[in-house]
Ligand binder design. Structure first.
Ligand code: FBP
Length: 706
């Protein structure tokens, strides 16, 4: 042990080195706080105007037309340079305003810069303009809980992650009372505009607020936030309007960084399969980006599984003259088999380790689970409609909930859900592990979404995988391949002839670099039997040590480590891309407000191009809405964008899947993304998904031009 000299504590604690070492502000933080993101050229002018762009078309849902009549006719608007000598234009732009802003939903890196961009643009136009931040999400609007944002406060959070400045919440302004209270707050504050920074559900809320506050002259502008990357907007002809929500890039980079470290660890101690669940409530965009960034051995993409067709089943059904709907989409059991195949194939070439990436929402794409979720949503919603207490308060324990479901099967007629849950559902449901039943019965969030982050998806899958691998091991199919050179070395060290024993021990002797022990040899007992049968051992003698060693080498152990990547990446400091993107979104928001827009979402065109090509726009929210099942009811919501299995990004992952699985002799193909650094330029400065998808358009256009 080091013998430290005794020091005077006051001298130690007051020492500048100590003060600096333990300061809340390290150098990186100071650099971040002082970084000034560039603004798009249009924002360098004294004022801006909006110009409708008629090239974009939408297929409008008639329910959206009915419910959102004040804002349904909004066009896509481009932010353009205004003429400061035009008095009306410049006066409008620079008049003092009161603007409220709220964060809604899960945090996403870059949110603070939306506020900073809005703040800077608004104060530049008129220093008298006041910006109010509603605290802890939409509750802050409903309850009138807000603070005025000062330069000092905004400066504290520039380029930093999280939503700490005003915090966030998931409350939905979804009834007349909450709407009336919100209107009251906006009026009390004499707000000209309210800005909702949120995901698909929060932008849905923004549209309804815009509709409701229209006659009060209060504008409502949305901002596309979510690490999930599921706000990607195109018009009816596929023209991209918003390629990516903010926060996605940072979260994906953070997850990729950690997962790539696991790849290194896995291939170093060669004994674990690391199973990484990554966030993304439903869509698998984050998992797809992680696959591109890390080349992990296996990445499940929910949308791809849903697209699966079991052609054997279809052929059989055709022969039998029936329709087999279960042939479409993958079952949970089938998915576990697919994972087992990957594990076995790698083991066969001596790689009894790997990294598996599972999107948080994968179960959403498994037919049988989706049916459960929809049925249970409806049952819970029906119960809540009929009773004073809500389902989860009335039945806090799993046993009570299961009993309730059982009573439905028995047909207690006064319950309106009696025809939703049948004996077959109950039987299947009782077949699944308790923790999963509990997960499927968890409370839905305020928007009626199933809370996938609360369900141990990876555990569900792993239990099935482990069970099946156990069976395959018993059958002698799942084994670790023994490299021929290792076999020869061990045999020769034990003064035994490898050529004599090779054909007895291995089913592919002299045929491959990795040798597979025969399927009939699944234990020391069966190993002995094989040696005795071929006359290489008498019944009583011990199994020669080298052979025992090789046998043991071939016995697979499926050891796993599970990880959940979500909240950590969600709270990370934004990448340079997200810093600049969000700061310009803030400026865009101000231009939309200053030019009288409402029911619009701020966005930037051509994000995949260099910054100098970015073009700020306003996207009408109402035409993007459609009907979706929520809490057992059809509701008008902003359509979520899931991974398109025809997109170039997915096609690339699909094409390289086999290579990255690396179930062949030789090394793995892991890729190490660079760390998130604000001041360095790397190829990952843009989400790879975005890059590849944009390239797809470019190549197609070139082809057409030929
Ligand atoms: P948003 O859609 O609000 O951006 O939230 C996304 C998300 O991070 C999902 O990836 C995740 O499923 C969910 O939030 C977790 O929610 P909670 O913060 O309520 O646990």
């Amino acid at each position: 042990m080091t013998d430290y000299p005794s020091v005077r504590l006051d001298k130690l604690f007051d020492h500048p080195t100590v003060m600096e070492a333990i300061s809340d502000q390290n150098l990186e933080l100071k650099d971040r706080l002082s970084y000034q993101p560039p603004v798009c050229e249009v924002f360098t002018h004294p004022c801006t105007i909006l110009e409708p762009d008629p090239q974009y078309e939408f297929e409008i849902d008639k329910e959206a037309r009915r419910q959102l009549f004040n804002i349904i006719g909004n066009p896509v608007q481009r932010v353009k340079e205004g003429d400061p000598s035009d008095e009306i234009c410049s006066k409008n732009y620079t008049r003092p305003r009161n603007i409220g802003i709220v964060f809604s939903g899960g945090p996403a890196p870059g949110g603070h810069n939306v506020i900073a961009g809005l703040f800077d643009a608004a104060k530049k136009a008129n220093p008298e303009t006041r910006i109010f931040g509603f605290l802890t999400g939409p509750d802050g609007i409903i309850e009138g809980n807000y603070i005025e944002l000062t330069a000092e406060r905004v400066n504290q959070y520039r380029n930093l992650g999280g939503f700490t400045m005003i915090r966030t919440g998931r409350t939905k302004i979804d009834n007349a009372k909450k709407m009336a209270l919100s209107r009251e707050t906006c009026k009390q504050l004499d707000l000209n505009a309210l800005v909702v920074v949120g995901g698909d559900d929060s932008n849905t809320n923004a549209a309804f607020l815009a509709q409701a506050l229209y006659d009060d002259g209060i504008q409502v502008i949305g901002v596309p936030k979510t690490i999930d990357g599921d706000i990607q907007v195109s018009d009816a002809n596929g023209k991209v309007l918003c390629a990516m929500s903010f926060g996605f890039h940072t979260a994906a980079r953070a997850f990729s960084q950690s997962i790539s470290n696991l790849c290194t660890d896995a291939s170093s101690d060669v004994k674990y399969w690391h199973v990484c669940k990554v966030m993304g409530r439903v869509a698998s965009h984050l998992a797809l980006e992680v696959a591109l960034q890390t080349h992990a051995n296996m990445t499940l993409i929910g949308e791809d599984l849903a697209d699966y067709v079991d052609y054997d089943r279809l052929r059989k059904a055709e022969r039998d003259g029936v329709v087999d709907y279960t042939a479409y989409g993958m079952t949970l059991r089938h998915l576990s088999r697919v994972i087992c195949d990957a594990v076995m194939d790698r083991a066969a070439v001596g790689k009894n380790y790997g990294v598996l990436v599972i999107p948080e929402g994968v179960l959403e794409f498994i037919n049988e689970i989706q049916v459960f979720i929809i049925k249970l949503n409806t049952i819970i919603a029906n119960y809540n409609k009929m009773h004073d207490r809500d389902f989860h308060t009335a039945m806090p324990h799993l046993a009570d909930k299961l009993e309730y479901l059982r009573r439905l099967v028995r047909g207690i007629r006064e319950d309106i859900s009696y025809n939703i849950w049948n004996a077959r559902d109950d039987e299947l449901f009782n077949d699944i592990p308790e923790f999963f039943q509990e997960g499927l019965l968890t409370e839905r969030d305020s928007h009626g979404n199933f809370q996938f982050s609360q369900v141990p998806t990876e555990k569900v899958l792993l239990e099935l995988v482990k069970d099946y691998l156990g069976i395959l091991k018993e059958k002698g199919i799942y084994k670790v391949g023994v490299e021929e050179s290792l076999y020869i070395k061990i045999m020769e060290q034990g003064a035994m002839d490898p050529d004599r024993y090779g054909p007895i021990l291995f089913k592919n002797w002299k045929q491959a670099r990795y040798l597979m022990i025969r399927e009939t040899i699944i234990s020391k007992k069966t190993l002995r039997a094989a040696l005795v049968k071929t006359g290489f051992l008498d019944n009583e003698g011990p199994i020669p040590l080298p052979i025992l060693k090789i046998y043991e080498h071939s016995v697979p152990k499926f050891k796993t480590q599970t990880h959940f990547y979500g909240y950590d990446g969600r709270g990370g400091d934004p990448t340079r891309f997200d810093c600049i993107y969000t700061y310009n979104l803030g400026y865009t928001v101000f231009s939309l407000i200053a030019n009288g827009a409402t029911g619009q979402m701020a966005a930037i065109l051509d994000l995949d191009q260099g910054f100098e090509h970015w073009r700020p726009i306003g996207i009408p929210i109402a035409p993007l809405m459609h009907l979706e099942e929520r809490k057992g009811r059809l509701e008008l919501v902003l359509e979520k964008s899931v991974v398109d299995i025809h997109s170039p990004a997915f096609l690339v992952v699909k094409a390289f899947r086999d290579k990255w699985l690396a179930a062949r002799p030789g090394g793995d193909h892991y890729r190490h993304p660079s760390p998130i650094e604000l001041f360095s330029i790397h190829e990952e400065d843009l989400p790879l998904t975005l890059l590849l998808n944009a390239l797809g358009w470019e190549i197609a256009q070139q082809e057409r031009g030929k």
